[in-house]
Design a protein around this ligand. Sequence first.
Ligand code: PEP
Ligand code: MG
Length: 585
Amino acid sequence: MRTLKGIGVSPGVVIGKVKVLRAEEITVPKVNVKDSEIPNEIARFEEALTKTRAELLGIRRKISQEIGRDHSDIFNAHLLILEDRTLIEDVIGLIKSEKVTTEYAFSVILQRYFHAFSQIDDEYLKERISDIKDIGKRVLSHLMSQERESLVSLREAVIVVSHDLSPSDTATMDRKNVIGFATDIGGPTSHTAIMARSMEIPAVVGLERISKEVTSGDKLIIDGTHGLVIINPDESTVEKYLSEGKKFAMYILELEKLRNLPAETKDKHQVELAANIEFPDEIPSVISHGANGIGLYRTEYFYLNRQDLPTEEEQFVAYKTVAEQMKPNPVVVRTLDLGGDKFLSSLDVPREMNPFLGWRAIRFCLTRVDVFRAQLRAILRASHYGNLKIMYPMISNLDELRQAHEILRSVGEELTKEGIPYDKDIDVGAMIEIPSAAITSDSLAKEADFFSIGTNDLIQYSLAVDRVNEKIAYLYQPTHPAILRLIQQTIKNAHDNKIWVGICGEMSGDPVSALLMVGMGVDELSTSPFVLPKIKKVIRSVNFSDVKALAEKVLSDFHTAEEIRNYAEKELNRLIPGFSDEYLT
Ligand code: PEP
Ligand code: MG
């Protein structure tokens, strides 16, 4: 028996048999060919590309029908790699000049691509390496007539162990028989993690060597809540985890009972609980987790993984679907928040020294008005079909808000002239995620219909801590007094001006921070769908008067993030017996 520690990215416990999806490179020996064989090698290459293309189109069709177009779009990037003229010509050139087999030439050129991509200091492009690898393996398996191991049809329930899981592995997977994931690499926002959470199966990533340490058929325990994996556990460990698994299942059942109950404190103070989404196909999960609406619909994912810009029509269809499915509940559509860690392949955005402080989000939209108008037209048109609201990201001053309003007004006029119906009273809000916006929220509140505080960025910009740099992660402190004061000030300014204010950063998914913010009087919390029941349960376990007093006390009596966190945790344990054990493990 051996225990490995990784990063738990999807909670729960599962015990089962391993299926290792081998991720090793297919090794290709160098084999020379005669001059007369060269045309045949080139023909083989073209045939392999055609077969791979047909395979990918098949997968794309299947995903599009079963899961939705947004997910199938990832394969457009794969198809583009296959059609890359430079890559094709490089391979043919090498076959001719070195007189080698197609598979050898192809693997050499692929290695050059990997090398070139890994030198680029750009996380988004680095991630494309896995797309190229995925394609490379498919083409090579056709050339070498090797059947790629897959998860397409499984005879029994398995825990999938792999170096990493590619979108095409998970997309074609036999979902009913996959009960857990464990991978060598990845973090909380990796593809494997997102997939596991949407399938609601336990997963641990970042285990470094798990794919080398187990073989198919081994017994494995995955504890996704604590980020542990136990290889070939003994009887007593299996017993212990069987009971952990039962406890977790009961806990989920208990949370499900809360689905149709309001998020209100014991003394009847109500809070709206909403969900953050990226894709329309997350709506069933939003509804099943009991959200009152969508507090943040991130739309930049439309623009990723593609060479062209999304059309107004394409966006309209997605926004309309979400509006209709959530009706009469509200959906806050955030306009394009490009930049920082979200790069777009379809737009020619120059690289910058400080991308988080650069030409991004609303700043980008106010210059690329063509892109902005297309999105606003799509949102306004869709607003006719449900309860949509518009929200601008990264507002740093009143001028930006005014300029955005002006563009929206002119887009509305255009639609009116064209006789296209839309919600003329649509609410338009500002994200408060830059300290200057929080500090001047009294002025902004006079010209916005609502605020949503983006604590992920508010923390990053207020504390000068890059949110994706793990070296300084210890400085990323949600309960820093500066953050709580900015939140408090924003809530007060919103309420003084009779507008509502929500929180849509990760802080709303943390039970301690969520209760502190409820105590400060926030009107809405928006977070990942699967965290909502837990947040609802903690809200229903306290009195508003108690968390209000707690928020006041931490703001006045404590001076460091740690002191505040410790005191809040201690006090919440007093108010909700067993709080830490139940909610913070
Ligand atoms: C935020 O900054 O808190 C937020 C919700 O937006 P994003 O994480 O998309 O930047
Ligand atoms: Mg943000």
